[in-house]
Design a protein around this ligand. Structure first.
Ligand SMILES: [Zn+2]
Length: 574
């Protein structure tokens, strides 16, 4: 492709709206443009990258026997009502009516549609397993779209759904997808890790997220370098640290703590460490009000709470509810004498002695409160977030935290959707049984953006060859000179004939502008045709990711590019 015929509006300045590198560079390189908040158009260069990622995904899915389909983005409300998600999904589901006042939504995910597709026609165990996938647009009405493609409202996703006769079959399908995902992200040139994850709104029992390592990532990866345990922060478990001393119980005392509401204020005033205070947090849930008791130096993990208690909804209680329940303003809630709510304590507190708690009275706290003697929770479980250094749940070594970007997510759904939607098959005995399902997603556009977060420098993007918009950039420094023009044209023709994806910068621009654009768009291999070199019959070969360049004779340029290209592809072969 010739740049004189291309549409690639590059920007010199950093766009003010872009907070992270991938967003900035995709705008600057002329890959994407914003249409509305969280909604982007892909320009030729950007769409080539998307198509490359899609093709890798498609090849690996097909290799596992998955079958590609294409499902509608517009979905009828009735299907979502069958699984109860029409009401549960919240505002991320963009709902609307057609002219006949029938309700629809834009699909944020396709479990209902796919289950509906197979439920009356996939009938026998002999037809199983089946894995159907699509690569298509999804829409989620994010409350705060940001970071460009990283948290967009409209995005391209690969979603696959497996149907098996039993758990064993599901396990095999899941393993297949796990393997396919590992190959996909490796081929895309990503450094990634698969972490245990909570199943959240999608549901099911087991799930893994595929995380690309990036300091700018929004997600926290909790890992153990000793045994390889890895989980996201919502899911991460840890062992209860050993070694609590065998203290003697002191007598309960109410103390005056004027205007002291935060953990820091109270513990500072009383001269104790935050871990000696028990925080009491009131939540409003679909099963009534609950009070969570956690150590003062910890944070609630709402995902764990919801799972422990089987809750669908959970939010901090409103100020006036707190006042009504405790008889005191926010900041003085405590478990002693707190009626009408379920007390749920973190297991770290079990048997705790001589701690500080709120007194359910304005400006007062209790000191020397004791588990069992002064308060006794109804439920005890793991409800707090892990912290760096907590003991690994498997081996006890200290957990380490790092940051990542979620690019894929796989779930064992079980029979949640098939039972809700009455999707049955006949087993070998002629009995009706629900399909055992799995679902498997990859954020295609997000994978492209994550690549930039991992591979860039101050001048621009550094694409891995497998998903680069082009493989080779030809840069004649001065197109007014006939010898330069002819040499670059000849190499261009040679590379095109060999099937190399090549961009010829035949614009009448200054060399400086061309070098800047070449670095910005990040094509992996560059050939420069300069005046001095041409006279000696050579051009300059350079990798985007390296500083140094080498001279190659013009007649060998095509061969050298081919060899380099092969070696770059070898690096991303799984
Ligand atoms: Zn471990």
């Amino acid at each position: 492709m010739r740049l004189t015929r291309y549409y690639m509006p590059t920007l010199r300045e950093k766009p003010a709206e872009a907070e992270i590198v991938s967003h900035q560079l995709m705008l600057r390189a002329g890959m994407i443009r914003k249409l509305a908040s969280g909604i982007y158009s892909f320009l030729p260069l950007g769409y080539r990258v998307v198509r490359k990622v899609e093709e890798i995904v498609r090849q690996e899915m097909n290799a596992k026997g998955a079958l590609e389909v294409f499902l509608p983005v517009v979905q009828p409300a009735e299907l979502w009502r069958e699984t109860g998600r029409w009401d549960r999904f919240g505002k991320e589901l963009l709902r609307f009516e057609d002219r006949g006042e029938r309700e629809f939504c834009l699909g944020p995910t396709h479990e209902e549609v796919i289950t509906d597709l197979v439920r009356n026609e996939l009938r026998s165990y002999r037809q199983l397993p089946v894995n159907l996938y699509q690569i298509h647009i999804k829409f989620r009405d994010e409350i705060r779209p940001r970071f460009g493609l990283m948290r967009a409202r409209e995005f391209i996703m690969k979603d696959a759904y497996s149907f098996d006769a039993d758990e064993e079959g599901l396990n095999r399908s899941y393993e297949d997808m796990y393997d396919a995902y590992s190959r996909i992200f490796h081929r895309c040139g990503r450094k990634f890790t698969a972490v245990e994850a909570d199943t959240g709104a999608i549901g099911g029992d087991v799930s893994h997220e595929f995380m690309v390592w990036a300091d700018t990532g929004e997600d926290v990866i909790v890992g153990c370098s000793q045994c390889g345990y890895a989980a996201n922060l919502e899911k991460a478990e840890f062992r209860v640290p050993k070694g609590r001393g065998d203290e003697k119980e002191k007598s309960l005392e109410k103390v005056y703590t004027p205007d002291m509401k935060t953990v820091e204020e109270v513990t500072g005033f009383l001269g104790v460490s935050p871990s000696q205070l028990v925080k009491t947090l009131l939540y409003n849930t679909d099963k009534g009000f609950i009070a969570l008791l956690i150590p003062g130096d910890r944070e609630v993990n709402e995902t764990k709470v919801a799972r422990l208690l089987g809750l669908e909804k959970l939010e901090l209680a409103a100020f006036r509810d707190v006042e009504e329940l405790t008889g005191a303003p926010v900041g003085f809630a405590g478990p002693i004498g707190l009626g009408g709510v379920k007390l749920v304590a973190d297991r770290l507190l079990e048997g705790v002695k001589n701690v500080v708690v709120g007194a359910n009275e304005e400006d007062y706290h209790y000191v020397n409160a004791n588990w069992g003697r002064d308060f006794l929770p109804h439920v005890v479980g793991d409800i707090v977030k892990a912290l760096p250094g907590d003991p690994c749940p498997r081996c006890g070594a200290p957990l380490e935290f790092s940051r990542g970007i979620e690019v894929g997510h796989i779930f064992k759904l079980g029979t949640k959707y098939s039972e809700a939607m009455r999707a049955y098959f006949l087993d070998a005995q002629g009995q009706e049984r629900p399909f055992v399902m799995g679902c498997y997603g990859i954020g295609v556009t997000r994978t492209a953006a994550a690549a930039i977060e991992q591979h860039h420098d101050e001048d621009g993007i550094i694409w891995p060859i497998s998903i680069a918009p082009y493989e080779c950039y030809l840069l004649p420094t001065n197109t007014n000179r006939q010898d330069i023009r002819e040499a670059s044209e000849k190499v261009y023709q040679g590379l095109v004939e060999k099937g190399v994806e090549v961009l010829l910068d035949d614009r009448e621009e200054r060399a400086g502008v061309k070098f800047k654009d070449a670095d910005l768009i990040g094509v992996p291999i560059r050939l420069t045709f300069g005046e001095r070199g041409i006279k000696r019959g050579v051009c300059e070969l350079k990798l985007r990711r390296e500083e140094k360049s080498v001279e190659v004779p013009l007649e060998r340029a095509v061969e050298e590019v081919m060899a380099l290209r092969d070696s770059l592809f070898l690096e991303v072969r799984p």
